[in-house]
Write a new protein. Structure first.
Length: 556
């Protein structure tokens, strides 16, 4: 459950800390007041991509943090996930703090319980904590892929669907290898002989990863050894061994300035800087002496290195690559030869395809059976919900149309079919439903599927757009019922929905120092009457609208 969200310098919010409760919470306010800003901030802290334009004007950094209380049924599994990811557990083991910062440079950082996290980790944590139903969710229903995923998600079939997709990919790869082998003919043998010859030559050369750069460095040292030794000896002579050595001159200067600093403290920093320079000069002289003691110029080794360089360079020219890439070429040659050799065994490939077809059919049929059962149940539940949303007699069916050979998503195509009124034949959602009907069907689906969800916090962002009257009353009841088992946050413009919330937050904006600031107020009974009256009557609030607002509140 979401306990607290804190914002600093985000969009038009300078600073805000907001506590949330269980049950059904509504967020209302005039258009443009910033209701969706809270949801945008929550989306960022749950792993969505950030943009520097989200930083409040005049600021250089935005911060968003969200504190969650982990529900009892998630404590064990979530604790295991946190340990696997390397994040510390809070003292009570049931709290989770997610944080996101955005810099004006566009860079953002993420944290889980105070430790640096990736966006993928934020998203993985957020998927277990919050489910957001956006105001445009109904548009996704027009896509077959979204319909299939919704069915699988509701039924808990996503892991099995993923297993089917992997089995199909494995099968498709094997079928492709078999087809290539059957079409290749005698060209395979000639290519195999060429690769074997190339492998033998590269194996004898045995190029190592990073060897070319290493041997170039060693050659440079050996080939320029005399020059290096002479240069180092000359440096030591100038620094310490000559009559006018820098070391003795610097020692004298250090001594003189140190004595003068006793008379004028302003020379103290200069004296310290000279002393530091003297220490570093001494270290450099010792380092040069140690280097000269260790350097080993072996002419035999130089000849060996030059011979090795010539061998690598010659092979690189022969195979039209660079010397650094020879180890990768050797590895690639081994893999290609193995694949080619295996591809010649057509009977083995056919047997492999046969086995993988059986594996795919097995898991795909399991998925089909479970989809079939859940599709009927879910269709009936959504149909029942439609009756209360001004679609009396309407019906939704989830059709599973068989595919001849199956595919990565299974043995059938999933499609939602709807009949808008009694007696009509269910047809594709995209062809039948109007915008208003689509919004109501989407809301029914969201509520029905959320009842089976283990995600503790559900957010509905203006999903009630395009409806009103008695339908709005029903929507409010559905969300209120859902709030008995989940924490519900709903951004709404409908007074019939707002009146049924257990808690009411009002978002408003004001001007401060010629800047727009968004604020959130927790409404009590009196304030709720005024806000719902505003939603009913607009800018001018009358006694009639107030009375109507009280009636709405008293009904719930």
């Amino acid at each position: 459950m979401l306990q607290t969200i804190s914002l600093r310098d985000f969009v038009i919010v300078d600073q805000l800390e907001l506590d949330f409760s269980s049950g059904f919470t509504v967020l209302t306010g005039e258009t443009g007041a910033g209701k969706s800003i809270l949801l945008d901030a929550l989306g960022l802290v749950l792993g969505e991509r950030a943009d520097s334009s989200q930083i409040r004007e005049g600021s250089t950094r935005a911060e968003i943090s969200a504190l969650f209380q982990i529900e009892t049924e998630l404590v064990k599994s979530f604790g295991i996930w946190l340990e696997e990811q390397g994040f510390p557990l809070e003292d009570d083991g049931q709290s989770l703090l997610l944080k996101r910062t955005i810099e004006s440079s566009g860079r953002s950082r993420a944290f889980i319980n105070g430790s640096v996290a990736t966006l993928a980790q934020l998203r993985e944590a957020g998927d277990q904590l919050v489910d957001i139903h956006g105001q445009h969710a109904h548009q996704l229903l027009l896509k077959g892929g979204a319909q299939r995923e919704l069915l699988d998600r509701h039924a808990g079939l996503l892991p099995l669907a993923s297993e089917v997709a992997q089995a199909f990919k494995t099968l498709a790869d094997s079928r492709r290898r078999l087809l290539n082998a059957e079409n290749a003919g005698q060209d395979i043998e000639r290519e195999r002989e060429r690769l074997q010859w190339q492998l033998d030559e590269l194996s004898e050369l045995s190029p190592q990863e990073g060897e070319w750069a290493s041997i170039q460095g060693e050659h440079s040292l050996l080939a320029n050894g005399a020059k290096i030794i002479s240069g180092c000896q000359e440096a030591i002579e100038i620094l310490s061994d000559s009559d006018s050595a820098i070391e003795s001159s610097l020692t004298k200067v250090c001594s003189n300035i140190s004595e003068l600093a006793e008379h004028d403290p302003n020379l103290g920093e200069i004296s310290q800087a000279l002393a530091s320079a003297q220490i570093q000069l001494d270290e450099a002289i010792h380092g040069l002496n140690r280097y000269l003691q260790k350097i080993d110029l072996d002419p035999v080794r130089l000849a060996q290195v030059e011979e090795r360089m010539q061998a690598l360079h010659g092979a690189a020219r022969k195979y039209r690559t660079d010397a650094d890439s020879l180890p990768a070429l050797l590895e690639d040659t081994v893999e290609r030869l193995d694949a080619l050799t295996a591809s010649q065994n057509i009977e083995a490939l056919r047997e492999q395809v046969k086995q993988e077809e059986a594996t795919y059919q097995k898991v795909a049929k399991q998925l089909s059976q479970k989809r079939s059962k859940v599709a009927t149940e879910l269709g009936n539940l959504i149909t029942d919900a439609m009756q209360d949303l001004s679609m009396a007699g309407g019906k939704l069916e989830i059709a599973l149309s068989p595919l001849n050979e199956g595919g990565s998503h299974g043995l059938e195509q999933v499609e939602f079919l709807v009949a808008g009124h009694a007696g009509s034949t269910p047809r594709s959602l995209a062809k039948v439903a109007s915008g208003g009907e689509l919004a109501r069907i989407s809301l029914a689906i969201s509520v029905i599927t959320s009842k089976a969800s283990f995600t503790p916090t559900l957010i509905f962002d203006e999903v009630d757009a395009g409806i009103g009257g008695a339908v709005a009353e029903t929507v409010g009841k559905l969300l209120h019922q859902l709030g008995q088992s989940h924490q519900i946050l709903c951004v709404t413009h409908l007074p019939q929905v707002a009146a049924q919330g257990n808690h009411h937050l009002k978002v408003s904006k004001s001007q401060s120092n010629e800047k727009t600031i968004s604020q959130v107020q927790v409404l009590g009974r009196t304030e709720r009457v005024e806000e719902i009256a505003r939603m009913l009557g607009g800018a001018t609030i009358t006694d009639t609208t107030r009375r109507h607002a009280r009636e709405l509140l008293e009904q719930h």
